[in-house]
Design a protein. Sequence first.
Lengths: 548, 305
Amino acid sequence: MQAELALPRTQAGRGPGSVVARRTARRAVRSGALWGYIFGATVASSAYGFAAAYKTPAQRARVAALFGSNSGLAAINGPARQIQTVAGYTVWKSFMFLALAGAVWGLLTGTRLLRGEEDAGRWELLLAGQTTRRRAAGQALAGLGAGAATLWALTAVITIAAGRLPKIGITAGPALFFTVALVAPAVMFLAVGAFTSQLAATRRQAAGYAGAALGACYAVRLVADSGTGLQWLRWASPLGWAEELQPLTSPRPLALLPVAGLVVAAGGLSVYLAGRRDIAAGILPDRGSAAPRTRLLSGPAGLAARLARPAMAGWAAAIGTLGLLMGFIAKQGGTALTSSSTVERVVARLGAHGSSAAAYLGFAFLTVAWLVAFAAAGQVSAARAEEAEGRLDQLLVRPVPRWSWLGGRIAVTVVALVASGLFAGLCAWAGAASQQAGVSLASLLGAGLAVVPPALCVLGIGVLTMGIWPRATTPVTYGVLAWSLLIELAGGFFSSSHWLLDTSVFHHVTAAPAVPPDWASAAVLTAVGTVAAGLGGMAFARRDLAGE
Amino acid sequence: MGSTAIHAAGLSKDYGGVHALQDLDLTVAEGEVFGYLGPNGAGKTTTIRLLLGLARPSRGRAEIFGLDCQRQTVQAHRRLAYVAGEASLWPSLTGTETLHLLGRVQGRVDAAYRDELVGRFDLDPGKKVRAYSKGNRQKLILIAALMARPALLLLDEPTAGLDPLMEQTFRACVQEARDRGQTVFLSSHILSEVEALCDRMGILRAGVLVETGTLAQLRHLSARTVEATFDGSVPDLSRVPGVSSVEVTGRVLRCQVRGSVEPLLKVLAAAGVHELLSREPSLEELFLAHYGAEPGAESERARAG
């Protein structure tokens, strides 16, 4: 009798028990599909770009000679193996970037769909029914697995299709293993995200822990790849394991063992810990109370500074560490940098200026430009969340003009971005000076400042979107970034089309400190950002506040 | 004083093709406690967001103390405080930090009254907002609004999540505010709350203000309930003018009468009535009388909040 009184089954064979799995899968598959296209497009354009730019064996041998033994570039792109071939070059060009992007996607998706959903109270309804916490966590992991499978499947389909082009000529088997290696970091960090979601009580904190773990993995790998004789350190970093798979060059499937081990261990621990804690709480103690700190809390701008502080501190730590490491390896990394589609552009402007270390740092600072722009997008997204989740109401129903709130937030973000750029310059100088690389502090501070304008442009576009189409703020802002990155990575492919290259906010960042920063382009980018932000602010002041 | 706290003229808001609020004409005098009644989605929150300048009207205008709600928003906000039904606050700030921030932004706070309110509402302000229950977060925004002693309190279902004890404290605070001459605009669907606190009230239905007046005035317009017990058989009332909703349970008859009771009394007397009870409608009955019909209005209200 009791069994018949159980909740009505919504669809045959699908009881309420699998609700969590389906909910999680739906969202993970959607974002996995988007990133699958980006992964596939990046791989295909890297391969095609190389095949089109370097047609003869002699040209390709020259590329290999230039980059094959450059430890500084290896620190960024991973070790160069057989880069005289399309396959080897494609791995070298796209692998580490996509591995990192995949890991970031994994940790954000894992924490959002586990801790984020629970934090928002959506699990309580489900867990009040028939599902236990452990079963729900297991189902959520299965949902994440579906997302990872989608990411892999789309990447694989596009890669195999591109490989069939005669110019590229990569056969299906090796291509398939390559895509497994490409998504391995994403899968590992999905599991890590699920694990840290059990530890912390808020999504932000869970993402923070997972992000710190990724930062440490990246730093260890960077040191291992920078030609310091510490290659064995690669085995200490999950990103290093992915490299040790050596897809397309000399595949080593055995390196999948630690990858699988990490996924199983982190996934299993997540399920186990989910049963040992209260709903909406983490395993680590969460300080529910604190002594009041009211110094900043005197107005909207102060509040913005207070709210942005943890995220900006995280970004500053990442940017500073990267700057320090880059500075540290600059001297040995800066040998002959003269070709390849991305480097080509950079080096074309180098001329006879600067030391080799400066040339290397010029290349490395492009990565800093990406990080600073991501931090800017994160702040736009956070400002929109204040509005969407109704917290902004609490300020605007008091005597606070809308422009004052938005202006305060923008001002705080601009200060933080400029500080991050200068901090990157300072850290790079500290690293370089410790090796007597002979790059001046002034030129590195200039380089640090020069990476800020693209971020200001992204910030302005984000504010404009928030003004005229609030619900699209986050996707449009990150979309501009993703588009710009894709253009940069596939630069060789589009080199004939200048207007297309110009749509990338990073296209006009020069290789400072090797060459003087292009202050004219910087002024244009800043002006575009300022005008966009101004228009966005005007639209924001005139529209209805919009919820989610 | 006799001056006006809230004045709306033809105030309307459309969302796409949905009329969330239509041609609202409303005046609330200074010092009045006005109840704004309506079920979920009738347009109560839409009205308040228009008064606060958080949303732009499609047509019409509104003023608070003679200040235009759209163009003189900041000046108007200096004289009011608002409490939402759902408290969205910054999870990482503590109660003390939140009250400090909102007080500084408001500009003017009675610190002694704030501390008194924290005690009366039995709130532990040292906790982070994240650690508060829904009820405690609600207390926090109530205290933040009351501590400014504003000339106008705009309350949008302010007691959601409060326990009965705290609900009593809230009522006491509103009565004190009235005694001090503050104006209160209380949007609610809790009828006992409105009945206990409000001088005058308006009933909103599917974006249209259908009635305004004191409880006595509203009652006058509505049907009264009559209950009669008979010795013999219960008479047929279907032809009696003004009578509706007839229910018969054994020898007891219950019905509603609108207008004069004379025709009904004649029939009842002729049938040998043994006991007769007549009472005025409660606010709940008034309310249900307005919403009983027209189920089709549901979908119209879907977007209004």
